[in-house]
Design a binder for this molecule. Sequence first.
Ligand code: FMN
Length: 209
Amino acid sequence: MSLIQDLNWRYATKNMSGEAVSSEKLQTILAATNLAATSYGLQPFTVFVVSNDEIKTKLQAAAYGQPQVGSSSAVLVFAVPLQITPADIEAFINLVATTRSIPVEALDGYKGMILGTVGALAAEQQQIWSAKQAYIALGTALAAAAEQKVDACPMEGFDAAQFDDILGLTAKGLKSVVIMPVGYRSADDATAQYIKVRKPESELFHHLK
Ligand SMILES: Cc1cc2nc3c(=O)[nH]c(=O)nc-3n(C[C@H](O)[C@H](O)[C@H](O)COP(=O)(O)O)c2cc1C
């Protein structure tokens, strides 16, 4: 199937069947999430993959009872750091140096740039910046799920403070920003039949030739 067919097939699933997504398919979705583009390549987020039924039930309650949370196979919870520290930036630079087999000093300029921009932001601004990166990964994960014929729902409709509490995120220096349950659409999810609503392309795109 082409990407456009996959994206037409997918929809924000409102209720799932409870059927488990295979570990291979889930792993493919996670691999795509890891391959998402991020500014500087910093990947300032962590994804919690919650398949535990007890925790999913608690998360559903904290998501205003939305059924796709509890009936999913797993809930991906995208969390961002409360703060990006110089040590985080240092760790990233070391990863680049090790991965590419280059001396870490060769990356001094790059490190200085990250420290002077993202590193210099106030914690709250860093969280907003990190959330933007997490949303790009969310989009990539949604496309990957569609390609795997796995249903998903991007969701902001949850109480982040309650999620943080249930998952113990604050103690880990993290906060939840967006979630994505994955699974298989329930036969009684009427919204699966809804016609997709999108703006006409002529309204969305302005070609300057
Ligand atoms: C950031 C974000 C947050 C969303 N939050 C919710 C949500 O809490 N619950 C829900 O049922 N759908 C949620 N949606 C789904 C949108 O309503 C849906 O993507 C949109 O109506 C387009 O429909 P489609 O994805 O089925 O094509 C969210 C989508 C995005 C991108």
